[in-house]
Design a protein around this ligand. Sequence first.
Ligand SMILES: CC(=O)SCCNC(=O)CCNC(=O)[C@H](O)C(C)(C)COP(=O)(O)OP(=O)(O)OC[C@H]1O[C@@H](n2cnc3c(N)ncnc32)[C@H](O)[C@@H]1OP(=O)(O)O
Ligand SMILES: CC(C)C(=O)C(=O)O
Ligand SMILES: [Mg+2]
Length: 585
Amino acid sequence: MHHTQQPTPMPVHKYRPFHTRIDADLPDRTWPTKRIEKAPRWLTTDLRDGNQALIDPMTPERKRRMYDLLVSMGYKEIEVGFPAASQVDFDFVRHLVDEDLVPDDVRISVLTQAREDLIERTVQSLEGIKNATVHMYNAAAPVFRKVVFGFDGDGRAECRNIAVQGTQAVMKYASEYLPDSNFGYEYSPEIFMDTEPDFALEIVGAVLDTWGPASDRETVVNLPCTVERSTPNVFADQIEYMSRNMPYRDDVALSVHTHNDRGTAVASAELAVMAGADRVEGCLFGNGERTGNVDLVTLGLNLYSQGVDPQIDFSNIDEVVRTVEYCNQIGVHERHPYGGDLVYTSFSGSHQDAIKKAFDDRERRAVAEGISVDQYEWDMPYLPLDPKDVGRSYEAVIRVNSQSGKGGVSYLLKSEYQLDLPRRLQVEFSQVVQRRTESEGGEVSAATLWQIFSDEYLPSTHSEQPAWGTFALTGVRTESGADDAPRNSETLTVDMSVNGDEHTVTGRGNGPVAAFVNVLSEDFDVDVRVQDYVEHAMGAGGDAQAAAYVECVVGDRVLWGVGLDPNITTATLKAVISAVNRATR
Ligand SMILES: CC(=O)SCCNC(=O)CCNC(=O)[C@H](O)C(C)(C)COP(=O)(O)OP(=O)(O)OC[C@H]1O[C@@H](n2cnc3c(N)ncnc32)[C@H](O)[C@@H]1OP(=O)(O)O
Ligand SMILES: CC(C)C(=O)C(=O)O
Ligand SMILES: [Mg+2]
């Protein structure tokens, strides 16, 4: 069939494709075949780029909560604010220094524009700090040189002067206010992605010549994708070009700072690392200007799920989510990678079927190889990482609604109620559930599933709904014949309630089930034959219940029955009653 699409009514002619401006084309680019084999250095800018983008910027108390979270997760480079912007930011830096809240292995940094008065106040905020970095930025792209700074011509020299004079000011005030600190410098040519590559090299080179990188001097050149405007491969080319051509390369950490305007900040940062970046700046769950900074949680757990240590502790992801939501007053979306409420959950039947089988298979293999299941290699359909590793339980992995099949239903009964239904019973029961979800809609919780199950198969033991069913078993006594007695050697006496009337009856057979079938047929005129039988213990220990499942032919119908009882014989007879009652429901 031929599909005809319509031109958009929107004014698409207003837009131009993004030009890489990479004069030196990179036909020999190396990043496409690289792999990320170790974590880059991380800097979190939650307290700066994240904070500057909030409707309601963090109070000192919220800043402190975020800071403590970042330190506890293991971040070693934390941009804590823009001290020249507000008294709150200035005071927060002082609070960290005065209260000695910066561990020896953590380096805080602060951002400033390249303006001398702002630089002085910024450096001043750090007085007394052990390790700190001042991060200075100025925009370098043509439109900023022309429109924002108002320079004539191409404005390159004037723009470079802002950067060089700013760097000199940083150095001057650092030697004045921070003589005893391990002082570092970070420079960002803002709007790097829109800056001509040769000019980006020129301005970075001029700044580095001024600062003088050395192996014992913390130096960072941060190349921001301030507004994401291209596919990630273009940004990767830009980074590889800079990494290859930048002076002092061995003594400089090449950093990237991607934003998510096109929804590909994570890909841009990852390809940039493949292209040579040593360091990545971002925010937890991608907070930050507009669509946000790159999400450090996704980046970290992307590495983790490939067996690369992110060097960050994500083992309590819900605590991270709660703290970030509290500090930012912005929710984390239900489908946010790794942290959203629904991201380890499958509703659909084919996913649930595969997950249930793979969980069972993995458990079998781990036991066979003598390896703890928690440590066993992860290779699971639909679950890129083990939810337990980030502190999530398996309860939420499978949730049942009208899209679900037998796999999901039986997974929940097994994981929550220790019932391991035989396959044909799974099929039968999932049809019962399906009728229910289709008529009532919505999700079926494990508790509701149990209610449906016990109403269907265990009516007399279920207290919340009226008991139904013709027969109930109230007592069982067995008596075996001599070992050499050939057949019909088992004598079974049962107390039964039949429509509320008590009966005590005795039958014989070559086992209790056969004897019971005879009782049902001879005393109560019920024609039943057992054609399959499965049982298992529920949990471990002496007082564990047994579960029995029987597939019965009752008249001309085939039905399953279920019985639970501490005594396995009684459980089996209850299962037969369950099937018989269902046949006459
Ligand atoms: C991409 C980023 O996220 S960059 C970080 C952005 N974050 C923030 O801006 C948050 C904090 N900022 C602030 O509180 C304020 O902007 C302040 C206190 C720093 C400065 O405020 P103001 O002095 O009122 O200046 P304003 O913010 O309007 O800046 C505009 C002026 O600074 C110049 N300027 C802007 N950025 C820079 C820079 N990085 N270096 C040097 N000059 C700059 C502009 O050209 C403009 O100059 P003009 O007034 O001569 O035209
Ligand atoms: C200050 C710089 C690094 C920035 O936030 C950006 O360019 O996005
Ligand atoms: Mg930014």
